[in-house]
Design a protein around this ligand. Structure first.
Ligand code: DQA
Length: 146
């Protein structure tokens, strides 16, 4: 099982960016915790963060033919704006789980709509960074089913 974790714009600031909303953990903390759980489970995990829409699209396209079977993506603000990220995910055959650290439905109306949700197999919001672990659990459970 090979899993790609993709983080969108401003998530490099995790830990210092509006900690009352996004918590005190850094992106490195999140990635390290996911990597050690994946390693213990024999799962190959890659992670990538970009502030640039096109770089996220390039990463999704690369996942089409490098053996990646699932993408866990927090598209951040691009969630609400990016048809291009939706199109890239539509061209990917594996599992897609959309993660939001905050509960976007409890926030401004412009955060209530997600283009990515039109493609996502599952959506997690409001569980903090624990949401990434829930997504990884779901992907690993699905892969171990006969
Ligand atoms: C976010 C929610 C988005 O609305 C916001 O633009 C983000 C982060 C989250 O993880 O809660 O940057 O995706």
């Amino acid at each position: 099982l090979k899993v790609l974790v993709l983080h969108g714009p401003n998530l490099n600031l995790l830990g210092t960016r509006q900690p009352e909303i996004y918590g005190g953990e850094t992106l490195a903390d999140v990635n390290n915790a996911l990597a050690s759980r994946a390693e213990a489970a024999g799962v190959t995990l890659a992670h990538w963060q970009s502030n640039h829409e096109g770089e996220l699209i390039d990463a999704i396209q690369a996942a089409r033919d490098d053996g990646t079977s699932a993408i866990i993506i927090n598209p951040a603000a691009y969630t609400h704006t990016s048809v291009a990220i939706l199109d890239a995910l539509n061209a990917f055959d594996g599992t897609v789980i959309e993660v939001h650290i905050s509960n976007v439905h409890k926030r401004e109306a412009f955060r209530h709509h997600s283009y990515v949700s039109l493609r996502a197999d599952g959506v997690i919001a409001g569980l903090g960074t624990q949401g990434y672990h829930a997504a990884l659990d779901a992907v690993m459970a699905a892969a171990s089913k006969p």
